[in-house]
Design a protein around this ligand. Structure first.
Ligand code: UDX
Ligand code: UDX
Length: 464
């Protein structure tokens, strides 16, 4: 297939956008075009002011600025981009199915299939198709079937190249990855395709960090990596509840076990629960695959990671109600943070949504501040749950871009995201303007407990 000169990526989201921007930045000799059905999103990527691009990630604007208009392009003309490319990345979303067989568990592959059909219809010459989206094992086979049976006879090679970037550190993760994983067919043609993609990454990634495997191993490794990471969070969160009952401090426990080199210190931060577009979706996907092979014990083992996470979110909300004398009806609860973690404006599966939902059921008034999340996103997230009408959500939830306004006259504050700026607030001022007694529930264990108690707050953290 030779050396890649023209790359197209379908899907200008949290994965496709940053990944392609970094490829373009590091490979000035490759033309990279990112296409998306969503015209508004493409317009935002093309915004003259590079700070208005639709995704917030530290360092991303600079990388986009360096390549945009030179060898990095954003467009809605999907067919043209497919036609011109010799390598096509598929980076569209694969949400959990909300209907039919596998509802609530299996990944919905309809967007992937649409992409495959479109590539088949448009492509006149052979192409390498790269799965970037997290996909259940053996999806490549389905893509290949569609391409081979609906196309014009052009030859396709399918590679799996899962993304391991974490939001909030996407640019850094892409520039200095722990490893790059490329799965492909083991025959000669497959190997050539793998080499073509290895060549792209080797423009900035050391060769020993580029791992090549067969397609199925690559697909399954992505699900496995996320399942293992999520399992660590659920494991430490399970211990956090035990710590609260027994007087142990989960931060101390995490530190003690993290120093064991066999365990390591990362992903041991107790929290109100993990969120994000990947963990829950990928584990449910794994559960579904295990079940479909009749491996019920395997399925139950992994499903418990998600059950534990749901429990953690639910008990955080229940504890607020219980602590506020068993009623939050008509009380103002201030939310600091709505994003699923700091340094991103992504809110998918954020714990804040579920905590808000529980508290709205208890008739609380919720006021939200998040430094990067737009107010319509907060309402969209709540409306999507379908627990109550859009009007009711509007009535129950207010949003402000000033944290001090959000906390004014509140009975309690819940910290849902670990944004650094929260630590630097004038907490005395916040305390003075709250209803008394003033409660703070730190769902991310980021605030200084002694200082908060000295000011007069009734202060609680996870696992303490
Ligand atoms: C998504 C998944 O969440 C992740 O699991 C997977 O690994 C990669 O895809 P993300 O980039 O975060 O990651 O999704 P999102 O921000 O929703 O971006 C997907 C984009 O694809 C959207 O902009 C959507 O408009 C676009 N899209 C979707 C198309 O252009 N065509 C389609 O047919 C479907
Ligand atoms: C994850 C994987 O890390 C990444 O490799 C994969 O490609 C996509 O999914 P992401 O969803 O962006 O990335 O975020 P991540 O940093 O993994 O955090 C996930 C959730 O776990 C967040 O809600 C975070 O706050 C929570 N978390 C993480 C904890 O509660 N405690 C921890 O110690 C670590």
């Amino acid at each position: 297939m030779g050396i890649v000169k023209n790359i197209c990526c379908i899907g200008a989201g949290y994965v496709g956008g940053p990944t392609m921007a970094v490829i373009a930045h590091k490979c000035p000799h490759i033309k990279v075009t990112i296409v998306d059905l969503n015209a508004e999103r493409i317009a935002a990527w093309n915004d003259e002011d590079v700070n208005n691009i639709p995704i917030y990630e530290p360092g991303l604007s600079e990388v986009v600025q360096s390549a945009r208009g030179k060898n990095l392009f954003f467009s809605t003309d999907v067919e043209k981009a497919i036609d011109e490319a010799d390598m096509i990345f598929i980076s569209v979303n694969t949400p959990t199915k909300t209907y039919g067989l596998g509802k609530g568990m299996a990944a919905d592959l309809k967007y992937i299939e649409l992409c495959a059909r479109q590539i088949a219809a448009v492509a006149k010459t052979g192409k390498i198709v790269v799965e970037k989206s997290t996909l259940p094992v053996r999806t490549a086979e389905a893509i290949k079937n569609i391409l081979d049976n609906t196309g014009n006879g052009a030859k396709f090679q399918i590679l799996s190249n899962p993304e391991f970037l974490a939001e909030g550190t996407a640019v850094e993760d892409l520039l200095h990855p722990d490893r790059v994983l490329i799965g492909g067919d083991t025959d000669a043609e497959g190997k050539k395709a793998i080499d073509a993609l290895v060549e792209v990454y080797s423009n900035w990634v050391p060769e020993e960090k580029i791992l090549t495997t067969n397609v199925w191993s690559s697909e399954l490794s992505k699900l496995t990596a996320n399942a293992f990471l999520a399992q660590r969070v659920s494991s430490i969160n399970a211990m956090s509840e035990l710590c609260e009952r027994t007087g142990a401090d989960v931060n101390e426990v995490a530190r003690a076990i993290g120093m064991d080199s066999r365990i390591g210190s990362k992903f041991l931060k107790a929290s109100v629960g993990f969120g994000g577009s990947c963990f829950q979706k990928d584990i449910l996907n794994l559960v579904y695959i295990a079940k479909s092979y009749g491996l019920n014990q395997v399925a139950d083992y992994w499903e418990q990671v998600v059950i534990m996470n749901d429990h953690q979110k639910q008990r955080f909300a229940a504890n607020i109600v219980k602590t506020l004398y068993n009623t939050v009806s008509d009380k103002k609860i201030a939310f600091l943070g709505w994003a699923f973690k700091k340094d991103t404006n992504d809110t998918r599966e954020s714990a804040a949504i579920y905590v808000a939902d529980e508290l709205l059921n208890e008739q609380a008034n919720i006021a939200v501040y998040d430094p990067k999340v737009e107010s319509d996103v907060v309402y969209r997230d709540l409306n999507y749950l379908d627990t109550r009408s859009a009007e009711q959500n509007k009535l129950g939830v207010s949003i402000s871009d000033d944290p001090y306004t959000v906390c004014k006259d509140a009975h309690a504050i819940a910290v849902l995201t670990e944004w650094d700026e929260f630590k630097a607030y004038d907490w005395q001022k916040i305390y003075d303007n709250m209803k008394k007694p003033a409660f703070v529930f730190d769902g991310r264990n980021i605030l200084d407990g002694d200082k908060m108690k000295d000011i007069g707050f009734i202060f609680q953290q996870i696992g303490k």
